[in-house]
Structures are given as C-alpha cells and as structure tokens.
Design a protein around this ligand. Sequence first.
Ligand code: FES
Length: 103
Amino acid sequence: MSDWKKICALGDVPVLGARVVDSASHGRIAVFRSAADEVFAVLDKCPHKAGPLSQGIVHGDTVTCPLHSWKIQLRDGQVVPPDVGCVKHFATRVDNGEVFLAL
Ligand code: FES
C-alpha cells in the first residue's frame, strides 16, 4: 500500500509549471499543476536522455521535455507516440489545499 506524504501547498506549485521534490527512495520527483488545478507527479527524468521534465512546458495533462521535445502524458507517465517509453508516475491527491504524493 502506498504511503501518502504531504508535499506542499497547492499554491506552492506554479500553474502550468512544476515543483521538484527530493525523495529518499526515488530521487527527484517533478510535481506539476495544470491550468485546471490538477496535480500530477512523475520522476524528473525524461525517458529519452534524462532531461529535467520539471523545466518542460505543461499543456493540458502533458509536458513537453525541454531538451528534445518528447511529450509525456502526466496521468500515467507514457510517452506520446511516435516516440516510445515511459517515466515512473506517482499518484497524487489534493486535500484541503495541500498536495499529497503516494510514495
Ligand atoms: S531528454 Fe527529453 S526529449 Fe530528449
């Protein structure tokens, strides 16, 4: 069973941006916030060549990697075709204005 960890306030994650969380067990995790205030979390490591996804551009529920523009679906970490791959995805929830991450 996942362990829910309180990460930060929702307001600490920029809209259409990300905040990086250091996890002892997984390393750097990028926590994203969409225009609709949905929160997603994936490893901050592009499956192509380890680009920092936290510095990518969020559009809808997808982020574009800043290095070579692969697109990653934030709901499940899958790469958008024609590119292929996936990045580890973490469940998130927002409760009372606080963001929780399942680690
Ligand atoms: S490292 Fe992300 S697209 Fe190349």
